[in-house]
Structures are given as structure tokens and as C-alpha cells.
Design a protein around this ligand. Structure first.
Ligand SMILES: [Zn+2]
Length: 109
């Protein structure tokens, strides 16, 4: 994706990362082979979907995936194993603390 704004990586793991475009305020969630570009509201929506299982439908595949998450495309889904959901939620939860801290710092200045 062509993008020339200042991008800040907030967290980096062996399996993924979360960064933010400082200009657009769009969060990039990179996890394994997908990348989501979400605003703060959508970020929270996605994180809560994973935590509450709201958008996760049990879906067992022969290659270890157990959940299916819909996308805006009717024939395109994200699939996760339980471990992947936990791993991704842990990364997103960690980043929420960073996001809140950054907001507090901006309010101080
Ligand atoms: Zn941008």
C-alpha cells in the first residue's frame, strides 16, 4: 500500500505488529498473512469481536483452524485457531495500554 505519512510501529512480535499512521490515525494490525488498516473505533470493534467471540463462528478445518471471522467481502473470511485468537488478543490488549498512554501524553502537552 503506497503511503507516505509518518508511520510509527507500536509493538512488534515474531508473528505480527501494530503500528499507527500519525497523520491518518489509522492503525495497522499485521498478523501472519493479513493486514488490517482500521481507525480507532474499528480497532476497538475488532478487538472486542475477538474477546467476546461476537464475529467468530466455530468452523473446523483440516489444517487446525477453529474459527471463522467474516470480512466485508461476502466470500472472504479470516480463519483462526484458538491459540491464534489468544495470541492476537494478547497483542491487541498490550497495545491498548500504549494507545491510552499516548493519548494521556498528548492531553498533557
Ligand atoms: Zn496516513
Amino acid at each position: 500500500m503506497a503511503h507516505h505519512h509518518q508511520f510509527k510501529t507500536l509493538i512488534e512480535k515474531p508473528y505480527g505488529y501494530v503500528g499507527v499512521c500519525e497523520t491518518c490515525k489509522i492503525y495497522n494490525i499485521g498478523y501472519k498473512n493479513f493486514l488490517l488498516c482500521l481507525n480507532e473505533y474499528e480497532f476497538e470493534w475488532f478487538r472486542n469481536n475477538l474477546i467476546n467471540g461476537t464475529m467468530l463462528t466455530p468452523f473446523y478445518t483440516s489444517h487446525g483452524k477453529e474459527f471463522l471471522h467474516r470480512t466485508p467481502m461476502s466470500n472472504f473470511y479470516l480463519t483462526f485457531s484458538s491459540d491464534e485468537v489468544e495470541e492476537l488478543v494478547a497483542m491487541l490488549n498490550e497495545i491498548v495500554i500504549v494507545i491510552e498512554a499516548r493519548k494521556s501524553l498528548k492531553n498533557v502537552n
